[in-house]
Design a binder for this molecule. Sequence first.
Ligand code: FAD
Length: 314
Amino acid sequence: MSEVLVLVDHVDGAVTKPTLELLTIARSIGEPSAVYFGGGEVPSVLAEHGAEKIYQLDDAVYSDYLVAPKAEALAKLVTDASPAAVLVVSGGEGKEIAARVALKTESGMITDAVDVAVDGGTVTTTQSVFAGNFTTRSVVTKGVPVVCVKPNSTSPEAAFGAGTVESVSVDISDAAKGARIVSSSEKASTGRPELTEAAIVVSGGRGTGGDFSEVEAFADSLGAAVGASRAAVDSGWYPHSFQVGQTGKTVSPQLYVANGISGAIQHRAGMQTSKTIVAVNKDEEAPIFELVDFGVVGDLKTVLPQATEGIASR
Ligand code: FAD
């Protein structure tokens, strides 16, 4: 089976769920090898999700500088290993690394894939475009396919791989050290689960009128993440990092609760694959009701406190 490289996205050794999704996809098209930039013990979760090999690149250059050293090292691995594909999480850093690797290895790159498969020996990708209205299939015609896969494209499945760790050292060029990190600060934690990883997401829209307290209280009663529509974000009521939709995050939780959100196509693009969808909206004609499994017609200021109280009393 051909090797498939998976770039590991992690925070201080805590591997993100989208990386585990990539390992699951990699297993379906070949033999996964994880590429882990970091020191210490390699996270066991990588082998537990099927990584046969783990390339460990432990050097301060990868944390001291922006993405160029990582891209240079990954490109070297791609050249040496000639994998069937390279899978990267489709996010800001992932896309930048992928673009640099594709350029350095003279390969084609595909962004925002929602599925990756092998068809007649060729790696093919599926992309969902125009807010989920069209599905395109694409193949890379030059070099090694470098594919950025959207979070929540699949569910991570555990499967034991050998997890053989291979320490890799790459001489990073001065050119790649052109931009150094001077300081970084951790973003204040909300104490809630990460939006793209949460099993339950409770979102608020324009219908909140700018007061997210009921939405947050309900989310907390369920241990859920909080999301927001673009109308709420554009109004300055909630930070952009919590926006769900075409120009925000894609979520696919077990339960998605939309509160005071009309259900515009661009919002749906980020949540329509949720397993169970519930909406609270005072307009029974709101388009979100076409999509839901359960709908409550009512004012969220009345419905949500009752729901929160109901859950708390259980
Ligand atoms: P509205 O459409 O104004 O709906 C508010 C809803 O709240 C209404 O249905 C109303 O009946 C209900 N309501 C009002 N008061 C209450 C109450 N007290 N209780 C219960 N219900 C109440 N949008 C996104 O969300 N995410 C995106 O990523 C995104 N990307 C976009 C990209 C592009 C290129 C464009 C053009 C648009 C994008 N949009 C996106 C915007 C999108 O088209 C909608 O404008 C937006 O989703 C509307 O947000 P909303 O549902 O909160 O507001």
